[in-house]
Design a protein around this ligand. Sequence first.
Ligand SMILES: C[S@@+](CC[C@H](N)C(=O)[O-])C[C@H]1O[C@@H](n2cnc3c(N)ncnc32)[C@H](O)[C@@H]1O
Length: 278
Amino acid sequence: MTAPTLQQTLHQWFTPAWAAEGIVEEAFGWLQPGDRVAEPSCGDGAFLCALPDSLDVVGVEIDPVQADRARRASGRHVIVGDFLEVSVEELGRVQAVIGNPPFQSETVAAFLRKSHEILEEGGQAGFILPAYILQTSSSVERFHSLFSIRQSMIPRNLFPGLSLPLCFVTFTKERQRRLHGFMLYREAQEIAAIDRRWKQKVAAGRDSRGVWFPVVREILRALGGCADLEQIYGSIQAMRPTANPHWRAKVRQVLQRHASAFERTAPGQYQLREAVAA
Ligand SMILES: C[S@@+](CC[C@H](N)C(=O)[O-])C[C@H]1O[C@@H](n2cnc3c(N)ncnc32)[C@H](O)[C@@H]1O
């Protein structure tokens, strides 16, 4: 058996110069002269060279051979070491973090947590990542607890010999967090948190009156034929509620649209009509 190469152990896939330049222009054009930027795993310096001279840039690289190449090519300060161990004081506060980190899920998550520590409020990390990092709604939710996230597909043949779908993802540190380019992620998390009695129904149910009609009807039956909205929501939600899960609006819609089945007896209160209750 042959020993693994550095490409395999340290994930040394170096970004083509033209692609690094394109990413800096397209995603980091908002940086101002004098802003500080960190490249946490700078390899031989593709991003260090692509960033304009007017920026204050620091690179980190665990492999001293690549660190030396990056330093000589870019003329930038490059720290030799593990990004996760370099102190926040040495890295300094930054407006941006940019790069192409090692692709293991846990390393990416740790790089993002460390980036969050050094980023100023409003700052942004932008990474080339394998698409599998963003494939489940639960992993996106974890990143979203720290950042707004925006993703774009990029061609995997940027790296000859790599067979993973790739994306470029920006993570913005801001109070009001949003997701861009993530259809159904939030909804998938909210459905995962509903009572298991209803999960099968909202997936496999086929009802032209809408997904939530049979669920609401069954809940009203179980509650003795009459209930208010909070009781209905409470019967649906099994786990930690998000602030305003999307299905609450769906439940209200079903109750309002099907007056032949649900009678509004008071504001926010509904009763099953007898023919439906039977
Ligand atoms: C995928 S390459 C990308 C290099 C460069 N960012 C680029 O885009 O060309 C990842 C680099 O991270 C380095 N590396 C791996 N683990 C690291 C760590 N914990 N801290 C700093 N650098 C690391 C590897 O040696 C490798 O050069």
